[in-house]
Design a protein around this ligand. Sequence first.
Ligand code: PGA
Length: 245
Amino acid sequence: MNYCIANWKMNKTISESINFLEEFKKKDLQNIKSKIILCPSFTSLKILETHVTGTKIELGAQNVHQNKRGAYTGEISVGMLKEIECEWVILGHSERRQYFLEEDVIINDKMNTVIENDLKPILCIGENESQRNKNETFNILESQLTTALSNINLSSNMLIAYEPVWAIGTGLSASFDQIHEVVNWISQFLLQEFSLKVPILYGGSVSAVNCESIISLESVSGFLIGTSALDVNEFSRICSIVNER
Ligand code: PGA
């Protein structure tokens, strides 16, 4: 099973989200074999639920708080997400790490809360440019994975997205060889350290032009897509290319 996940970040109002989805449903994605997950803003999440009914499209949140309730102004809980039938949650995105100071221990708490409450995490990991230049990529990924996954009742109902920070939103995707090397390393590491076999996605400047070669890699099970998922034509082109694999 391959995955196409749209991470809309802080884009699209409710009406823009509905317009996108209604246009998307007109595309010829009838015999879709891959899983399509839209991760809109919290304000759009509830209303999109009615628009995905009867389709194979699933919904995800871009974040959730690690505690189940309480005095955390501005935050959203797992219970709130479950009530609106949101199934997935993106955790550990590099923008959350960078701008909201989310460290691996917090991501670990969030992973725990999400899994315990039967939501499915999409855990993002990846090195930044200076870490790659210093040959620290595998150390960084090892430490991100080890902390984020420690002491958790892990299930295979989760996804890992390898997203090199230097490739996000830059138009400069990681190369075929770089993705191949890292994704294989991640799958071996998960198997050895956690006896875990889960789909591993790639994210970082994925487009309709580069997705075909990346998805041809055996180890890559789909994409987490930012910029290219904002345009309904581009996103549906990517979905149909992934669907042909
Ligand atoms: P991008 O974003 O596709 O714009 O690089 C990917 C992401 O941040 O998940």
